[in-house]
Design a protein around this ligand. Structure first.
Ligand SMILES: Cc1cc2nc3c(=O)[nH]c(=O)nc-3n(C[C@H](O)[C@H](O)[C@H](O)COP(=O)(O)O)c2cc1C
Length: 390
């Protein structure tokens, strides 16, 4: 594991979802089969990069271990598995919310030195106050909503205050909400990044590997099902045609990448009453950041607010700073620096080169219900690993 991998996974040695009185280590308790199944079902509802669902669970008496499935990793976007680390944080948040509803306190240990073993969980009857106020139903209602939103319907001040509070309650996290001119500027910056994304061969090939046209998603139960993209029939057909990289590259010369970015990012963001950036002061622990992101997303769901994350800027900047821009041309590196500087201008709390963008979301109210993404059946994720792999 490289230095930046280790840094990315670094975390407190033992974390507890219990706020309230400190728990003294208890003798381990056996987790019932029924509770384990409920917890794992909540876990796999977590968002993952391009719906890759790269999880393996190994069952132990007091809980389970979370491992990564190496077959489902390796996207360009997912530099040093940081995107997956955030997804693992989201999974942990789902588990703690679900456990609290079962009257259980969640304890987990992260394994930052291990390439594939991410965390070990154990559970015990909750003592004292449980963290948070979310019910588990929002775990199942949360989704990535890529439909156009109703721009005329702004978020209420109360909703904004509640969303902001669930981020700023954590030390070192910031929440910047963009409306008006700042929002237009943020959309311009994100559209620039998206045009870069559409002109990048490795990103293109990863994207098409994850796209599922027609009935394919119903069979694989993973990846990006075409109906979740919010594109409509004509554009979906065009997307299908653009699969060969040579064709996309040739049409990019005529500006296809810019047109694609306008449809994939500019238009959806313009349809939203606001954008929000979650930031972290200084280098961040991406697993913890994923927990915070998911807490925000679950709260938005609870408030009936639709959300779509935009991860390209986060993970392209991570690649720029942690891997010296490996995989980008000099021109793309310069564009990334310009976008980061522009982002800092509209985000007073954010300092380029020092702070991290955790995630940018567009938020709003969608006139129609979104199509939901698939999950593989729970049994697919549960494995008994050989002893020597532990
Ligand atoms: C770290 C991270 C980054 C993501 N980035 C994007 C993104 O840039 N654009 C997008 O539309 N969805 C993005 N997603 C959402 C995933 O594609 C989505 O979670 C997955 O397809 C499963 O769908 P669901 O969220 O509706 O359950 C991201 C998810 C995660 C966890």
């Amino acid at each position: 594991m490289s230095e930046h991998d280790a840094q990315a996974w670094a975390s407190r040695p033992v974390a507890s979802a219990q706020s309230g009185p400190e728990l003294v280590a208890q003798p381990s308790t056996t987790l019932s089969e029924a509770s384990r199944e409920v917890l794992l079902n909540a876990a796999i509802m977590a968002p993952t990069p391009d719906n890759s669902q790269p999880w393996i669970f190994k069952l132990i008496e007091e809980g389970f271990e979370l491992w990564l499935d190496p077959q489902r990793l390796g996207m360009f976007f997912d530099i040093s598995n940081l995107c997956t680390a955030m997804a693992a944080g989201a999974l942990i948040e789902n588990i703690t919310v679900q456990a609290a509803a079962l009257g259980l306190a969640t304890h987990y240990v992260l394994h930052p030195g291990h390439a594939e073993k991410i965390a070990s969980f154990r559970f015990e009857p909750a003592v004292g106050t449980q963290w948070g106020s979310l019910g588990p139903s929002c775990i199942y209602r949360r989704c990535t909503d890529r439909e156009l939103y109703d721009r005329s319907r702004a978020l209420s001040d109360d909703a904004v205050a509640r969303l902001r509070a669930c981020i700023t309650a954590q030390d070192a996290y910031g929440c910047q909400i963009y409306t008006g001119a700042a929002c237009r500027r943020a959309i311009g910056l994100m559209t620039t990044i998206d045009a870069l994304r559409f002109s990048h061969e490795r990103v293109h090939k990863d994207f098409y590997r994850q796209l599922r046209f027609g009935e394919a998603a119903a069979n694989t139960r993973d990846g990006l099902a075409e109906r979740t993209l919010g594109l409509g029939r004509l554009l979906t057909a065009a997307l299908r045609l653009m699969r060969p990289w040579w064709l996309s590259r040739a049409l990019n010369v005529l500006g296809l990448n810019v047109l694609s970015a306008l449809r994939a990012t500019w238009l959806p963001c313009r349809s939203a009453p606001c954008l929000v950036a979650l930031t972290h002061h200084g280098p961040c622990d991406y697993v913890e950041a994923g927990r915070v992101m998911q807490r925000f997303w679950l709260h938005a769901t609870e408030l009936g607010i639709s959300a779509q994350p935009f991860g390209a800027l986060t993970f392209f900047l991570a690649r720029l700073h942690l891997a010296a821009g490996e995989g980008f041309s000099a021109c793309q590196v310069a564009a990334l620096h310009r976008v980061e500087a522009g982002f800092a201008e509209i985000t007073p709390e954010f300092k380029s080169g020092r702070d991290q963008i955790i995630m940018i979301f567009r938020l709003g109210y969608a006139p129609k219900a979104p199509a939901r993404s698939y999950r593989r059946p729970l049994a697919d994720f549960v494995a008994t690993l050989p002893e020597e792999a532990r």
